[in-house]
Design a protein around this ligand. Structure first.
Ligand code: ADP
Ligand code: MG
Length: 318
């Protein structure tokens, strides 16, 4: 099978009316009047973002999930995506499972594969996702103001705990491990939340590299400092068994949770609490924006704590 046969067999799915998808030199589709196109890309590389033995179906779903999460963080509605693949060889069993997982996930979230690129090389998956958003309503990182509350959309640290377990840094009980593995392998993009936060949140992003580092991005882009109250940061009971140092690392600096982190003025608290009930999501206040710059993490007695790691920086770690 050559490259063209491969594309036709695994990635040429029927495109809906009005979309020119896989098969031509470029895809064509319409953005609705009054809407902006939101575009984001995320690349996953074997050995860095996933383990070599990762299940191809899970991998496909995760690759799409992390892209969907970026659009969630903007408040956008995902519509179309492209897939660029580097494959070391044509492994039909791998491709079969990968494309089945990808197609299932795409159908579940209503996004259409419109094109991509395929080449030989070390296993790399790159997805570019495109969505629509009402002009001028996107949730930017730059909209926060001193005094705004800092919120997260759910418990943090489980994905990091799964990585710790796989690297032999932590031991989880089997039940806890299953939960943490699921959080790592299949993060749930908070699409509905992102869309409903338009008009409520002043700034937002998704937590891919750890709360401290990511909240720091909101601070930087908003020209504010960030205060995080460590004891308020929610975590699942499945990781309560970790030693405190690892637990703190997981919830503050652990990547891969893909919960949303957002800021909002205090007058929005009630509306956000109502939204939490409506969506069945535990939205929790974990800090605030302050005048100044940088991130300070405070313990239960308001004493600043220092971190062993402040999120993963892909160029300085490893
Ligand atoms: P070109 O040489 O013009 O770039 P390609 O041969 O790379 O075209 O691709 C042919 C068609 O297949 C294009 O429509 C392209 O978008 C699509 N395509 C290539 N690789 C993939 C992939 N991995 N997933 C989905 N579509 C793909
Ligand atoms: Mg090409």
């Amino acid at each position: 099978m050559n490259e063209f046969g491969l594309i036709e067999r695994y990635f040429d799915w029927p495109a809906p009316q009005g979309v020119l998808g896989v098969g031509d030199d470029a895809a064509l589709f319409e953005v609705a009047p009054g809407k902006q196109l939101a575009v984001s890309a995320d690349m996953l590389i074997e050995g860095r973002h996933f383990f070599a033995d990762a299940d191809p179906g899970c991998l496909a779903r995760k690759a799409l999930a992390v892209n969907l999460s970026d659009l969630a963080a903007m408040g956008a509605e995902p519509r179309w995506f492209t897939l660029s693949l580097a494959l070391p060889q044509i492994d039909t069993r791998w491709l079969e499972a990968f494309s089945r997982g990808l197609r299932g996930m795409a159908e579940e979230y209503g996004v259409v594969l419109v094109g991509g690129d395929t080449t030989r090389g070390p296993l790399t998956l790159s997805i570019q996702i495109m969505g629509e958003i009402e002009r001028g309503t996107a949730l930017l990182r730059s909209g926060g103001l001193p005094g705004d509350d800092l919120w997260v959309s759910g418990p943090l640290g489980a994905a990091a705990a799964a990585v710790m377990q796989r690297l032999g840094r932590a031991v989880l009980s089997p039940g806890s491990q299953a939960y943490c593995d699921l959080r790592l392998d299949l993060p749930e993009p908070r699409l509905l939340l992102g869309q409903r936060l338009r008009g409520l949140a002043s700034a937002a992003l998704d937590i891919s590299d750890g709360l401290v580092g990511d909240a720091g991005h909101i601070g930087e882009r908003s020209g504010c400092g960030v205060e995080i109250w460590r004891e308020q940061v929610p975590f699942p009971r499945e990781i309560a068994e970790l030693p405190p140092a690892l637990l703190h690392e997981a919830i503050l600096a652990g990547g891969d949770d893909y919960e949303l982190c957002f800021t909002a003025p205090a007058v929005r608290r009630e509306a956000i609490e109502v939204l939490a009930l409506e969506l069945g999501l535990p939205l929790v206040r974990v800090g605030r924006l302050v005048a100044g710059q940088g991130v300070r993490v405070l313990d239960a007695t308001d004493v600043e704590v220092t971190l062993t790691r402040s999120g993963f920086d892909h160029f300085s770690s490893v």
